[in-house]
Design a binder for this molecule. Structure first.
Ligand code: FES
Length: 225
């Protein structure tokens, strides 16, 4: 996995008002929507790497939510590992995208939203929490059920805790996993990023996956069967 240095250019607020950091990094180290980065201070002050969740991808870097416990300052250098794992892979044939944030900050899905806008597909976005201001071409339905019938691609972001609380048979997941391409970005700590520690297991039984190797974006069917 690539290891690189990134510079904290500035501290900003995400569109939803969360603390975020604008980082400058080499083009070759840039993630695609859904991929994460693992970050720590080069000095070794951090006992574990923090999982960086990008909320915007730029020509010279990215903006990511500030991980809990990180207190990075502008001008600091960060030691980054990544991009980690697989990102979202919507087929170019899919033209009606529904993006839904289930128990997580909807900012996390903004890079995927930007990808959809860039492709010229129809994008609808739904979240359990209030959505940030979105570009005018993005539909914001008040009810997710009708949009699930309309969409031919579904991109989700959720946590294992949300899955435990709502179950794989929860109505949104059940509808989203009807025959179509549906993927879920699973938000959880990724301590090593190399598949060794086993801390990032998602799913169970024959479909158990490690988020750092097999994800962090996985086929929804791997979470619901
Ligand atoms: S983070 Fe260690 S196995 Fe995935």
């Amino acid at each position: 996995m690539r290891r690189t240095l990134a510079r904290v250019a500035s501290l900003v607020l995400s569109p939803s008002g969360m603390a975020a950091a604008r980082l400058v990094l080499p083009t070759a180290a840039m993630p695609v929507p859904g991929q994460v980065m693992l970050a720590c201070r080069p000095s070794g002050d951090d006992s574990l790497r923090h999982t960086l969740l990008p909320i915007a991808l730029h020509a010279d870097g990215l903006t990511a939510l500030q991980p809990e416990g990180a207190s990075w300052q502008p001008g600091e250098l960060l030691d980054l590992l990544g991009p980690v794992g697989h990102g979202f892979r919507p087929s170019t044939a899919r033209r009606r995208w529904l993006l839904a944030a289930l128990g997580v900050d909807p900012d996390i899905l903004l890079p995927l939203m930007d990808m959809g806008i860039g492709r010229g597909v129809s994008v609808a976005m739904w979240a359990e929490s209030p959505l940030p201001p979105l570009p005018p071409q993005v539909e914001v339905p008040s009810d997710v059920e009708p949009v699930l019938d309309w969409a031919d691609y579904v991109g989700l972001a959720l946590t294992p805790d949300w899955l435990d609380a709502n179950g794989p048979d929860g109505s949104i997941l059940k509808a989203a996993s009807r025959p179509r391409l549906a993927e879920a970005l699973v938000i959880l700590p990724i301590p090593c990023g190399t598949g060794i520690c086993g801390a990032c297991a998602v799913g169970g039984g024959r479909t158990a996956r490690r988020a750092c190797i097999d994800g962090p974006v996985v086929a929804l069917e791997d979470l619901t069967r």
